[in-house]
Design a protein around this ligand. Structure first.
Ligand code: G3H
Ligand code: 13P
Ligand code: ZN
Length: 333
């Protein structure tokens, strides 16, 4: 067994306590390849932002679990090399779906895990989440649980409909399981199509879709029940329309892709939401940059010539999130 402490990683405890007090949120960026990881670490190191590196079950299957763990270990060394003396980096399992998967991650050096029992009947979610917490806490690993169901379709994470979190359940869930943070459902969803055109209105000037608002009343009700408790928002990509346009311009096909407006995420970050999950935006940035190179330079076949610009675009995106959406810059000097 490898302890995350030996790898120079930290858990989420102190990070979340500071974020709630300070009215900002920690970025949780998914990664499954080297360019994404380089871009995340460069952005976090340059902005001195605490950061959560998220690995999904699908990412582990894609990139190999051992390799990903060593990449995260390398990320700590890379952050120091970039001049970040005391990097605050969490290695987190995103959407763990079994005790065994959570245990395997903890055994290999993860400092935080999510056990997602949100699709299970309530009592089964409680039992599974408690089992993971009891194991993880022996090693000072923090645990995220989830109540409520997100809509949207994402490789390993799918649900056709959403059910907002019931604020009446949160005290019981948190007390009986011992979770360190709670993911809730207030209308966000995974992927690049967070709302159907029917759910939106159209801006008459631009013709762009305008999404319906998130259920801030649910978040407020949860906060009233659990004051100062770390809340997590999944499905928080904004689906920047400039990337969607670039992708469509250079041969892609993403009609009516739409995300969560940044103003809503800024508002959530100032509340008790202290972890905001972003994956799709990075995929869009990467795809847009690669498509542009393929279009502009059809003779190019050195992967560094298209993955390099993709990496630069992702770094720009991560910095923008840290500085202009989450407000986590300068919080890990
Ligand atoms: O919440 C889902 C994340 O975006 C991870 O997606 O399962 O396709 O790696 P993935
Ligand atoms: P997005 O698909 O909105 O980026 O959400 C990512 C996520 O919630 C990862 O758990
Ligand atoms: Zn998620």
């Amino acid at each position: 067994m490898v302890s995350y402490k030996e790898l120079g990683l930290v858990n989420t405890k102190e990070m979340f306590a500071k974020a709630i007090k300070g009215g900002y949120a920690i970025p949780a960026f998914n990664f499954n390849n080297m360019e994404q990881l380089q871009a995340i670490i460069k952005a976090a190191a340059e902005e001195k932002s605490p950061v959560i590196l998220q690995v999904s079950k699908g990412a582990r299957n894609y990139a190999n679990a051992t390799l990903l763990r060593f990449m995260a270990q390398g990320a700590v060394a890379y952050a120091k090399e970039l001049g970040w003396e005391n990097p605050q980096i969490v290695l987190h399992l995103d959407h763990g779906d079994s005790f065994e998967l959570c245990k395997s991650c903890i055994d290999s050096g993860f400092s935080s895990v999510m056990i997602d029992g949100s699709h299970l009947p309530y009592e089964e979610n409680v039992a599974l989440t408690k089992k993971v917490c009891d194991f993880a806490h022996q090693y000072d690993v923090t645990v995220e649980g989830e109540l409520g169901v997100l809509a949207g379709v994402e490789d390993e994470v799918s649900s056709d409909h959403h059910t907002y979190t019931d604020p009446e359940e949160v005290i019981d869930f948190v007390t009986r399981t011992g979770v360190d943070s709670l993911a809730i459902s207030i209308g966000t969803s995974h992927g690049a199509y967070k709302f159907t055109p029917d759910q939106c209105t159209r801006d008459p000037k631009t013709g762009r879709l305008v999404p319906p608002p998130l259920a801030f009343n649910v978040l407020e009700a949860v906060e009233a029940k659990l004051p100062d408790f770390p809340i997590v928002l999944h499905g928080s990509s904004s689906v920047p329309q400039e990337y969607v346009d670039m992708i469509n311009q250079y041969g892609g096909k993403l009609p009516d892709a739409i995300g969560i407006p940044e103003e809503e995420l800024r508002k959530a970050a100032k509340m008790d939401v202290c972890k905001i999950n972003i994956d799709s935006d990075s995929r869009l940035a990467m795809t847009a940059a690669v498509r542009k190179v393929f279009h502009d330079k059809p003779a190019e076949f050195d992967p560094r010539k298209y993955l390099g610009p993709a990496r630069d675009e992702m770094e720009k995106l991560y910095k923008h999130k840290i500085l202009n959406v989450l407000g986590s810059d300068g919080k890990a000097e």
